[in-house]
Write a protein that binds this ligand. Structure first.
Ligand SMILES: Cc1ncc(COP(=O)(O)O)c(C=O)c1O
Length: 396
């Protein structure tokens, strides 16, 4: 790891003088290689590489689409676009319509625009300690340090406490009554908080949210940018709970395995019908890009294979055993599916992991893990053993 002061491009989310970078010469499915060193990717880079760094099914699909056509207008209709949309919608279990985006931030932007346009209300409720993206609208509802010092319509965002401190949703309801439900367009939630700590809301909380949606006619926008595409088990994170009925679902990252920057905003029927007659004032030049659609189709193909469930299940067992062992050592940690957080109380730096050959997220003094869902079990076991040793060294 190196401090780089004079790069001809920016490094994100850091002062450029303190930016720490890693050399990259090549990758194989599970490792990054740079300057003769290799690092095991235990975070799917930033959650997007959920199917490895060299997934042949996805790469082949993109290459073969390149030979067909690589460019299309947002207004073009074609078989691949229709098939992928229908198959994606079938994952939601009910009638949604797809709006394609290029990133999670853009998914959130468009969800906010649609929620406000549809309801004709302005306020969005958002959770403290959340992240929703880097564009102005997405930052406006972000509840962590990344929104500071940006000029935002703050009066249009109100923050509610995390579910862990409000498991029955009483504080959330009190906030709604204080603001006045008639002023609130929607409530936006990371279904399961990702980078900010993998906090898994209790089912009582989602029950309360469902009641609030119904009683106060407030839209539920779920940010599934991290959770979607089986990161937490089922296709969507909300499918870990009963009877959660989102109005808008934002996805990106692993929906293409990260091989093409494309996401999907799922819009429920009640909202999408509104646009039969009203103008949808949303759009992007690269909307529904054919190469992104090809990557999404490949993700659907490979996650629907019989063997996929079995392979992921095996890895979830290994991951769960690792977390259970940490708990036995009284280490504060949480996990669901193949997403996990380990509280390190700032006793670890990214350099400590890299020195042990591991590439994973360190955020707010904790380790965040999100291995490739299809990582060979032996590689995962060895990687977690190595990680366990680093954790042990740092915490004892
Ligand atoms: C929960 C969540 N929402 C939205 C985003 C923004 O996605 P993107 O970086 O693709 O714009 C992220 C990115 O990390 C995220 O973790």
């Amino acid at each position: 790891m190196k401090e780089n002061k004079n790069l001809p491009y920016f490094i994100t989310w850091t002062s450029q003088e303190k930016a720490q970078t890693l050399p990259l010469d090549k990758v194989d499915n599970d490792f990054f290689y740079g300057k003769g060193i290799k690092w095991l990717n235990l975070s799917s880079i930033s959650y997007q590489a959920s199917f490895g760094l060299k997934n042949t099914t996805i790469l082949k699909a993109i290459k073969s689409q390149m030979d067909e056509f690589s460019l299309a207008s947002p207004k073009h209709t074609y078989q691949l676009k229709e098939e992928v949309s229908k198959r994606l919608i079938s994952k939601t279990g009910s009638g949604f319509k797809c709006f394609f985006t290029l990133s999670g931030s853009e998914g959130i932007e468009n969800a906010l625009k649609i929620a406000r346009q549809f309801t004709k209300k302005k306020i969005i409720l958002s959770q403290k300690n959340s992240y929703h993206g880097s564009t102005m609208g997405a930052l406006a509802i972000t509840g962590d340090w990344r929104q500071e010092n940006h000029l935002l319509p703050r009066q249009w965002t109100k923050y509610f406490p995390a579910p862990a401190t409000d498991p029955s949703g009483e504080k959330l309801e009190a906030l709604i009554l204080k603001i006045g439900p008639d002023n609130i367009a929607g409530i936006c939630i990371e279904t399961i908080t990702g980078g900010n700590g993998v906090f898994i809301p209790p089912s009582s909380w989602y029950k309360a949210v469902a009641k609030i949606q119904k009683n106060y006619n407030i839209l539920l926008i779920l940010d599934e940018v991290v959770c979607a595409a089986h990161r937490t088990g089922p296709f969507f994170g909300f499918q870990n709970y009963k009877n959660v009925q989102p109005d808008l679902i934002v996805t990106a990252k692993a929906m293409t395995g990260g091989y093409f920057p494309q996401g999907v905003l799922f819009v429920s029927q009640k909202i999408s019908k509104y646009y039969d007659k009203s103008t949808l004032s949303c759009g992007l030049t690269n909307y529904g890009h054919p190469l992104g659609l090809a990557a999404m189709k490949a993700v659907l193909d490979l996650t629907e294979e019989e063997s996929f469930k079995k392979k992921v299940q095996k890895n979830v067992e290994i991951f769960t055993d690792f977390f259970n062992a940490l708990k036995l050592c009284e280490i504060d940690c949480r996990h669901i599916g193949l997403l996990g957080a380990i509280e390190m109380n700032n006793k670890i730096k990214l350099k400590d992991l890299l020195d042990s050959g591991i590439y994973a997220g360190i955020q707010n003094g904790r380790i965040i893990l999100a291995p490739n869902l299809l990582i060979p079990s032996k590689v995962l076991t060895k990687g977690l053993n190595d990680l366990g040793m680093v954790i042990h060294d740092k915490l004892t």
